[in-house]
Design a protein. Sequence first.
Length: 272
Amino acid sequence: MGAGTRADTQTVSTFEVNGHVAKITLNRPEAMNSLNPQLRWELSQHYDECERNDDIWVVVVTGAGERAFCAGADLKHRARERDADDAQRMHWGKLIDETTSLIERWHFPKPIIAKVNGFALGGGLEQAMACDIIIAADHAEFGLPEPKRGLMAGSAGVHRLPRQIGLKPAMGYMLTGRHMSAERAYQLGLVNEVVPLGKLDETVDGWVADILRCAPLAVRATKEASMRGLDHPLAQAYYTRHESMRRRELSDDALEGPRAFAEKRPPHWTGR
């Protein structure tokens, strides 16, 4: 079976690899791509494959349809769970216990772009914030409305949003459950670019192409050093060596880059 596939149920996500790019699509448009246990499990399988497959250099994650990237947890499913039989609850509970969501992959090695095609709310915004780059359609909306449902953004939303847009703006949105527009998210530094929906695919493809022009091991070393360095004072971050840095230094690509520059030709990256 391929990643994200179970013989006893229909999949609720898609996973495609084209060249060095993996595309993950949350495929529950009728439920605004909200996260039920099956979708959470499938996403974990997809990210496992992206991590272990060295031929995947960039990951793009999006939602099906034009209404939502992901509207967060499937609260209707949670309500129905109370009426589900114990065997079904135990089945999905066991699977979820054995998975790791993107939220908790604190040092995912490869760049991830969130292509936000609509609402990114609650767990959907938490998924997007766990990505490295966010490109949004101009009709998209972002928010952590959990307190309006008696909940909290406990999948790191209450921690990531203050770090990504600053304390006071984040508290304003988190304590009220308000939505922010794509343009406001861009102004606050949460989003890298906002474009009309019709140009979203083209724009994301442009970001992907620019990443692929860089050596993949250099990209991974850059990401690891930057993200891990945030946990340390500047001097300690500077002097800390990571395995990805050593791997880049010893790679063929570290020789190919300067050679291609000297020969005035595009480099041919191998990721090795």
